[in-house]
Design a protein around this ligand. Structure first.
Ligand code: UDP
Ligand code: MG
Length: 322
């Protein structure tokens, strides 16, 4: 019988674990789906892993791991994928903002032959205005750069075993799960859902962490910012040609004394362009530097004791099969 793995990244979600386990296991048993729940505590400092351990002791369908520190949601997702043993894997938030009722639908679509079932947000729940502004801007930029509608796409999706294996075989460290399943292709079917409000705890995203996420993801998925450097260069050259001719004409006609303002403005503009360009190049350099170092995406410090033996070995290395 086919097994469904559900991967749940959890960062300081102590209050949510018990409820999430209850809701999911009831729902899955009702629908007669054989399942395993995989909780990855992303270096939580509030005892989230203790809750996971408790749940794992009560129910052998539950396994979990704790990171040695906070590595971010992407890393937690990949650790979960690495650990999943199911024929299909669903990734969802453990605060139940991704409505569990969608799971049986996803499962059915998978049984009917879908290889990727994309959860598409039809409504983004209630969010703080600051978040709305920053997320809105972020998603607009992202959508343009990676040609994927970021406003409605989410990390809530079902992947067939084949697709999971493809994602795990990618050597890159700076992954962007949401876009990678699009990139990988496969027979994809959408499923629409409404984002729920959070019951316990609060969102982990601040304005700055969201901006950092944006920049990292843009640079890991697109080289367009680098090409923009060239465009800025071309624009400056065009301007310089015009100014060159004007300055030369003034010099030749003997009226070339004032113009101090122009000099200051030029220095400011060119200086700005140069620093921005250096920054963009520097960012890509940093990405390359990180990839080249080849450090693992995450480090696992603890696992629940009912984890399958052969998985832990592959898993501790924190990388896809080496
Ligand atoms: N999360 C994580 N590591 C982090 C931040 C968040 O594993 O560094 C998890 C978090 O526990 C939750 C999911 O990612 O299960 C989504 O996070 P959150 O609810 O804070 O984001 P939002 O729903 O507001 O987008
Ligand atoms: Mg949430």
């Amino acid at each position: 019988m086919a097994v469904l793995s559900i991967v749940l990244p959890a960062y300081n979600e102590k209050e949510n674990i018990r409820n999430t386990v209850k809701v999911l296991s009831e729902l899955l048993s009702e629908n007669k789906i054989q399942y395993e729940l995989i909780f990855i505590s992303d270096g939580s400092g509030d005892g989230t892993f203790g809750e996971i351990q408790k749940a794992a002791q009560e129910d052998s369908n539950i396994i979990g791991a704790e990171f040695s520190r906070n590595f971010g949601k992407e890393a937690a997702i990949f650790a979960g994928l690495e650990m999943a043993g199911g024929d299909a894997v669903i990734v969802m938030d453990c605060d139940l903002q991704h409505p569990p009722e969608v799971i049986p639908k996803m499962w059915k679509l998978w049984q009917e032959g879908a290889e990727v079932v994309e959860g598409i947000k039809s409504h983004r729940g209630k969010e703080r205005i600051g978040y709305k502004l920053s997320a809105g801007l972020f998603y607009k930029v992202m959508s343009k750069l990676i040609k994927l509608d970021m406003n409605s796409s989410s990390d809530f999706k079902l992947l067939d075993r084949k697709v999971v294996d493809v994602l795990l075989s990618l050597p890159e460290r700076n992954t962007f799960f949401r876009a990678l399943s699009f990139w990988a292709g496969f027979h994809t079917v959408p499923v629409y859902y409404e984002v729920r409000e959070r019951q316990f705890g609060r969102s982990k995203w601040s304005f700055f962490s969201l901006m950092k996420y944006a920049v990292t993801n843009v640079t890991s998925f697109s080289t367009l910012p680098l090409q923009m450097v060239t465009v800025m260069g071309v624009i400056s050259i065009l301007f310089s040609v015009i100014l060159f001719i004007q300055t030369l004409a003034k010099f030749l006609s003997g009226t070339a004394v004032e113009g101090f303002t122009t000099v200051i403005l030029l220095i400011l503009i060119i200086g700005g362009f140069l620093m921005l360009s250096l920054g963009i190049i520097g960012h890509y350099l940093a990405r390359i530097y990180e990839e080249v170092k080849g450090r693992p995406k995450y480090i696992i410090s603890k696992v629940t004791d009912n984890v399958r033996g052969e998985v832990i070995g592959a898993w501790k290395r924190g990388r896809a099969r080496e």
